[in-house]
Design a protein around this ligand. Structure first.
Ligand code: KG4
Ligand code: ZN
Length: 384
């Protein structure tokens, strides 16, 4: 069964054809990095317009390159949130149009869940549960226990900046390039990771993350050191601090929940320091570690198609609503709130009216009213 995946939540327009949720037939990504570079970050309105320009020609290219035709597609999976609202709407509108025209099921997918699916896609095998999942990207850091398709327990998320956002902001301040993560990794490659003493924020304090204090600490070092600053050492120290922080939370969760499998995904999972720390830790503890290859860490639609496929399979098996944004149990939600975290990973559901969106510092909203989409996904009549 071939799933068409569509992703447009931030600054990458991406279309893919994936067979049985595990085999990538073709995957195209059109990056807007060059356009946003001069602003040092993603400009939401510009991103939406560029998605609009890119998406139609990309469909032609997708079918041309894959040798498949649109009639080979059995279902359409599309990122429905979280992300930039205008950007999401471009992909969603395209997906709805195709699903409507071809009378295909439409599966709205949660972008963060999709990131985790990338790890299984890379192995060319379906997911097995439970596992501890960490999504670290430009807009998110979420630690979750995944107990099955659509079964999440939120442990913690960032209360301010995401790690990718931290890297992007610091790189912009240091004027070393955009996006910040790869730039900091490159500059810090041969630096001394212990030269600058940076904090490990919220270490030992539950599963929430906070990276804005770390940003302030780095800026203070820059101010104090002035021309004496050693940029490779600073970048290496910063990656070390982020890596230690993230791995510390993971280890605490592995201890508490006794889970033997770990998935780390999202753009920041491409970071070499984090990957090394994660694999050392996993080896030491005998934990199975899955991190997608670099090409599947950043935003792509193959992961959306994969997640959509397993979401749809779960729906047809269990007949539970498969909105891609299903709410977890009240217990899980209150746990997350009690820990001072916001359970946005799964709180958007088909029955909410879209008024609980949260704008983060990238200007993205975690919420989108997708009632109509969810209704389609559940196999009801399309609106006339
Ligand atoms: O997952 P992604 O492509 O988009 C979002 O959903 O946010 O992640 C993009 C983020 C950017 O902040 C970028 O700086 C960061 O991932 N990133 C990295 C690396 N490559 C990309 N951060 C650290 N090290 C990298 N090698
Ligand atoms: Zn992403």
């Amino acid at each position: 069964m071939i799933t068409l995946g569509i992703e447009s939540s931030c600054d990458d327009t991406s279309l893919a054809l994936v067979e049985d949720g595990v085999r990538i037939i073709e995957s195209l990504v059109s990056s807007q990095i060059e356009i946003h570079r001069r602003f040092g970050g993603v400009v939401p309105e510009v991103a939406s317009r560029k998605h609009l320009e890119a998406i139609n020609p990309m469909f032609d290219e997708l079918f041309e390159k894959s040798g498949k035709s649109i009639s080979d597609v059995s279902q359409v999976a599309v990122t429905a949130g979280p992300g930039l609202l205008g950007a999401l709407l471009v992909g969603l509108s395209a997906a709805k149009a195709i699903a409507w025209k071809l009378k295909l099921p439409l599966i709205p997918v949660n972008h963060l869940e999709a990131h985790l699916s990338a790890a299984f896609l890379a192995r060319i095998e379906p997911p097995t549960w439970p596992f501890l999942g960490l999504v670290v990207s430009g807009g998110h850091s979420n630690l979750v226990i995944v107990r099955g398709a659509r079964e999440f327990q939120n442990l913690g998320r960032t209360v301010d900046d995401a790690p990718g956002e931290l890297f992007d902001k610091i790189a912009r301040h240091l004027d070393i390039g955009y996006p910040g993560g790869p730039a900091i990794q490159k500059v810090g490659e041969h630096g001394d990771p212990h030269r600058y003493a940076l904090p490990r924020p919220m270490a030992g304090k539950g599963y929430g993350f906070s990276f804005s204090g770390l940003k302030t600490a780095v800026l203070r070092v820059v101010q104090q050191e002035k021309e004496q600053i050693n940029l490779p050492d600073l970048c290496a120290s910063l990656q070390e601090a982020v890596g230690d922080t993230v791995i510390g939370k993971i280890e605490a969760a592995l201890d508490e929940f006794r889970i033997g499998k770990l998935v780390i995904a999202g753009g920041v999972a491409a970071n070499a320091v984090l990957r090394k720390k994660a694999s050392d830790m996993a080896l030491k503890r005998g934990v199975e570690l899955l991190i997608p290859p670099l090409s599947l860490c950043s935003d792509n639609s193959a992961m959306v198609a994969a997640n959509g496929f397993f979401c749809a399979s779960c729906y047809s098996r269990k007949k539970t609503p498969c909105t891609g944004l299903q709410k977890i149990s009240d217990d899980d939600e209150s746990t997350s709130i009690a820990q001072g975290t916001n359970p946005t990973f799964t709180t958007i559901n088909s029955s909410t009216s879209g008024d609980q969106g949260e704008i983060n510092s990238r200007g993205s909203s975690n919420n989108l009213d997708i009632n109509a989409t969810a209704v389609w996904a559940m196999g009801q009549e399309l609106p006339k």
